[in-house]
Design a protein around this ligand. Structure first.
Ligand code: FAD
Length: 373
């Protein structure tokens, strides 16, 4: 690794923290800048499945496989598909055989944070601009404060990255789909019927140009998404839980019971994506990982896995190549190709959602990927 390279990572999500940790394991100190004021400022969201060849591999490179085993939920890998009348169309026959354990996002972030050197993450630092300094170096700007200069700024700052505009003119585009997120607490004790309906993993119910996905998280918590194809401004209007039930009129009472059991607060999440094949010309001292580089719709469950694999590959190139700019360029060239199939799959997943034959297509997908051959 170029010995004097000063590296800043913008964003303490799974991508940025994995990169910081792997570099720290090799004695390289980086500074991470995160706009949230601390790890508990906001709930980090739902459950993620970490794939063996990417998310789990990254945790091995980070020396965190044992910590991961303590939070991984192999028992929650199930998958069910139902129609709106409550007919079970598919159930994964052998979920325990899969190697895509679920992990709560907050728990994943915590094992990464616990493994970083004290002071590595600078909390409460929302970067609003990145500007050229002397030579090929860059400074980070947070209101009136300046940080740096740095030889390399890694944008790990997610969908609305402040680093990306320095590399690419593209902005994420609305997919046409909005998720209304709801949650159900203490499901085993308070709502055993719903717990049985969802099972140990994920339940998808589709039909009539509507869909609901419910996932089991740790601590008997369910997180669900009611999915609509609507204009982007629809998401700006505050939604109430009671209005959700009306949208699913005529669906089986067991499914509507989800809305009765849910907490009153719901959150609208319009789903955006960068174009499939998004790329940029190399610019010394800057790069992107994770959603900042290749935001995808969540269909396919690849986003966090791709972000963590980006971190592994960027770290490896930086550690092995004496020229920092050549290292970053090698990472970018390979990453652009590697993420293509996942981005394509996610885009296709979003395109077929809520279409007239989405149920048949989802069923075919599950048979192809989960049923025994
Ligand atoms: C509803 C939903 C469900 C999903 N389910 C899955 C799934 O099952 N499996 C899967 O693999 N993926 C899933 N994803 C995608 C996954 O969440 C992302 O791909 C993943 O979080 C990307 O990680 P990241 O580190 O690149 O970015 P992020 O997780 O977005 O982290 C970015 C960090 O940067 C910080 N930040 C942003 N701007 C600034 C700034 N200007 N200055 C400082 N800090 C900043 C943010 O606060 C955040 O902490 C889902 C996404 C959604 C929306």
């Amino acid at each position: 690794m170029p010995t004097q390279l000063r590296i800043a990572i913008v964003g303490a999500g799974p991508g940025g923290l994995t990169l910081a940790r792997i570099l720290a394991c090799h004695g390289v100190t980086v500074r991470v800048f995160e706009r949230e004021r601390g790890p508990l400022e906001r709930p980090q969201g739902g459950t993620l499945d970490l794939h063996a060849e990417s998310g789990q591999l990254a945790l091995q490179h980070a020396g965190l496989e044992h910590a991961f085993q303590r939070i991984a939920r192999y028992e929650d890998q199930g998958s069910r598909l139902m129609d709106q009348h409550g007919h079970l169309l598919f159930e994964d026959p052998n979920p325990a055989a899969a190697d895509r354990p679920e992990v709560d996002r907050t728990a994943l972030r915590q094992i990464l944070l616990d493994a970083l050197p004290e002071g590595c993450v600078n909390w409460g630092v929302g970067i609003h601009a990145i500007r050229p300094a002397d030579g090929a170096r860059w400074t980070l700007h947070q209101d009136a404060r300046t940080h740096g200069p740095f030889d390399l700024v890694v944008g790990a700052d997610g969908a609305w990255s402040k680093v990306r505009p320095l590399l690419s003119p593209y902005q994420p585009q609305y997919s046409g789909l909005t998720f209304i997120e709801f949650s159900i607490e203490d499901v085993d004790r308070r709502h055993p019927r719903i717990a049985r309906l969802v099972g140990r993993g994920k339940l998808e119910v589709a039909g009539d140009a509507r869909a609901i996905i419910v996932q089991r998280n740790a601590n008997a918590h369910l997180r669900g998404y009611a999915i609509f194809r609507v204009p982007i401004d629809w998401a700006a209007i505050p939604r109430e839980l009671s209005s959700l039930k009306a949208q699913f009129k005529g669906w089986h009472p067991d499914i509507l019971a989800l809305f009765e059991a849910a907490n009153p607060q719901v959150v609208a999440r319009p789903i955006h994506a960068l174009p499939v094949g998004h790329r940029w010309s190399h610019r010394p001292g800057l790069t992107l990982i994770g959603d900042a580089a290749h935001l995808m719709s969540p269909f396919g469950g690849e986003g966090v896995n791709a972000a963590m694999l980006d971190a592994v590959e960027l770290a490896q190139h930086l550690l092995q190549t004496p020229d920092g700019s050549a290292a970053v360029q090698a990472y970018e060239t390979h990453m652009f190709e590697r993420v293509l199939p996942a981005a394509q799959g996610s885009a296709e997943g979003a395109a077929i959602q809520l279409s007239h034959d989405s149920l048949a297509l989802s069923l075919a997908h599950l048979h192809q990927h989960l049923a025994p051959q």
